[in-house]
Ligand binder design. Structure first.
Ligand code: ARG
Length: 619
């Protein structure tokens, strides 16, 4: 809760009566909503309509008006007549300065000075409150606590131990982190869970491989890389055996890599202590290493779980229920859920040898997680290639009659093409981040004077590098594929990550470079007439739309909406520097403009934080 007392609204900006308790509106936190509700009250009274309905029909940015209402959407008959009723009832006020009837549209002009006042006031109050309560996610401008009390469990990143962390995992990590933050911004309690691929015959292979090719030193130094190398080599051995066998050579079936691996995995499944101990060590070391990499990305998990952790009883339970409900068929000893009626094919849930498979673990896992977390919603952020898998899993859960069936949701995303690093086509996340960092560092070095002022260029280039990689990933609609391009995404020219950081840096430097301009503590202390000009109106209007951009991103789990918003703000601010000067302006001008830029920076910084970026202050 905020401790800052709200100063009273200045009399000249006191808004007329507005509609209250309108669903979907949040006038206390969103100034634009308050102004819309003034329109709603006027229109709803004139037409004797339901305010909530009208609220949905007050559009921004249509017909060149600040706010517009399409009359035919609500009223049959002559739009002109209905329009005149509203016009007749209208008097210019602190919210709306003008109303025109343009064809079938009511076009409202916001009282710009008043809107600027209310907006900057709100941003300032909210960001002060947010700063005072850093653990709360629902104080900053653009957030709400409407979902408070609800719990969201999110499964994202979820790589496989000993296999490369591929582009699909990278996207899941980046998108999942933002979706988590967006939920927190609406009041959800969020549990971030990493569901590791850490069980199955391949871990038998890994163990056999480690006996042959592993060494302690490399394992401890870089477990993920080392285990991957071991895994590749043991697979080569296995392939060589197959080739020899196919060429007619005699091979002892007991000692093949495959047979040994199967045996080790069987031991693991039986809980044989030595087999388990080795697997556990691989797993623990991998998690430790993953944690470091996630920290580089500014991403944290609450729980490291995984396929190995799914309770055997939960899988047995799932199988028992699908059998009882007659949902299965048998085929050569394997058990399949028959989902053909739903055009979802048949899905194996128990293999011929009685062992479990990915789907079985997801079915048992969902139940385990339900018991433990009692989530209101459980999101799985996984590449589109697994869409069928999740449809099958969720349909099965539904047919099983599970109470949490409607709470599971797969958030999918398209592929990344062309991802490779200088070291090769198998991509390690660390290498990507390192390359991005180097690229940023080089570009920063090219401006010696500025470079000398950056306190910690290593960290700064790291942050801009990860921004570049993340923004590239988040820029398009998540369902679209994109081509990874290191050179492009680290460029300062154009709509790429570094540009957003650069805009934030400039918004910081305007304050730094003008140490003798006082920063007003509230909007009451500045002359709003100074901010009454077109370039600034555009910025204000865009800031006014920020809550709507956050909401859209949240509603559709679509971070790109927020990225687009950041780019547009960056362009608007970029084109304002020329005319909206702080340096060299009169004292009052400088003070008002600085206040505007500081509030703008606050909003840009919160948008960036939602996008899991660390806003930097110098570069
Ligand atoms: N480890 C899996 C993979 O790399 C992704 C796991 C996604 N989560 C889940 N609950 N299935 O393909």
């Amino acid at each position: 809760p905020s401790t800052t007392p709200h100063p009273a609204i200045k009399a000249e900006f006191e808004l007329p009566e507005y509609a209250t308790n309108v669903e979907g509106s949040d006038p206390e936190r969103i100034p634009l909503d308050k102004f819309k509700l003034v329109v709603v009250k006027l229109v709803a009274d004139a037409w004797d309509e339901d305010p909530a309905k009208i609220f949905q029909g007050v559009d921004t940015g249509k017909k060149g008006a600040d706010l517009a209402v399409a009359i035919p959407r609500f009223k049959k008959g002559k739009p002109e007549e209905w329009g005149q009723k509203v016009v007749a009832a209208f008097k210019p006020n602190a919210a709306i300065s003008d109303l025109k009837l343009t064809g079938p549209f009511l076009c409202f002009t916001l009282n710009k000075r008043s809107f600027t006042y209310h907006l900057l006031r709100q941003i300032n109050l909210a960001s002060t409150a947010a700063r005072d309560n850093p653990t709360s996610h629902t104080l900053a401008y653009g957030t709400t606590d409407e979902a408070s009390g609800k719990h969201m469990l999110i499964d994202f990143s979820s790589p496989n131990i000993a296999k490369p962390f591929h582009a699909g995992h990278l996207r899941s990590t980046i998108i999942g982190a933002v979706i988590s933050n967006l939920h927190e911004a609406f009041g959800w309690r969020v549990t971030r869970l990493n569901y590791l691929g850490d069980w199955g015959t391949q871990y038998g292979m890994l163990s056999v491989g480690f006996e042959r090719y592993g060494n302690e030193e490399d394992l401890v130094r870089d477990p993920i890389m080392h285990l991957y190398k071991v895994y590749v080599r043991i697979n080569q051995d296995r392939q060589a055996e197959t080739d020899r066998f196919n060429a007619g050579e005699e091979i002892d079936p007991e000692t093949t890599v495959h047979a040994l691996a199967k045996k080790v995995f069987k031991d693991m499944e039986d809980g044989e202590p030595k087999a388990i101990a080795r697997w556990k060590r691989f797993r623990d070391l991998s998690i430790e290493k993953l944690k470091q990499t996630y920290a580089e990305l500014n991403i944290k998990f609450d729980v490291y779980w995984g396929e190995s952790q799914v309770a055997a009883e939960s899988m047995e339970r799932a199988i028992r229920i699908v059998q009882e409900k007659n949902l299965v068929v048998e085929d050569r000893g394997a058990l399949l859920v028959d989902l053909e009626r739903y055009k979802l094919e048949k899905a194996i849930i128990r293999k011929g040898d009685g062992t479990s498979i990915y789907l079985t673990r997801d079915l048992g896992g969902a139940y385990d997680k339900w018991l433990k977390y009692k989530f209101d919603k459980h999101i799985y952020v996984v590449q589109a290639a697994q869409t069928l898998h999740f449809k099958q899993a969720f349909k099965t859960v539904e047919l099983m009659g599970e109470e949490y069936a409607g709470r599971l949701e797969h958030i999918s995303f398209g592929m990344v093409t062309g991802m490779s690093t200088r070291k090769g086509t198998v991509v390690f996340l660390d290498d990507i981040l390192e390359e991005a960092t180097e690229s940023m560092h080089e570009q920063m070095r090219s401006n010696e004077a500025k470079y000398a002022q950056v306190e910690d260029p290593e960290t700064t280039s790291k942050i801009i590098g990860q921004t570049a990689v993340k923004i590239q990933d988040l820029s398009g609609k998540r369902i679209n594929d994109y081509a990874f391009n290191m050179k492009r995404c680290t460029s300062f020219e154009g709509d790429f990550g570094p540009f957003i950081q650069y805009s934030h840096v400039r918004l910081c430097s305007v304050q730094r470079k003008n140490p003798n301009v006082p920063l007003a503590s509230s909007v009451e202390d500045i002359d709003l007439g100074i901010l009454d000009e077109p370039k600034i109106h555009e910025i204000i209007s865009h800031l006014g739309n920020y809550p709507a951009a956050v909401r859209t991103a949240y509603q559709f789990n679509e971070p790109s909406t927020l990225v687009t918003w950041c780019f547009r703000l960056s362009h608007l601010v970029g084109s304002a520097w020329e005319s909206v000067k702080v340096s060299g302006a009169s004292e009052e001008e400088a003070k008002a403009r600085l206040f505007l830029f500081v509030q703008t920076r606050e909003v840009l910084a919160s948008a960036m934080r939602l996008l899991s970026l660390t806003p930097i202050e110098r570069m």
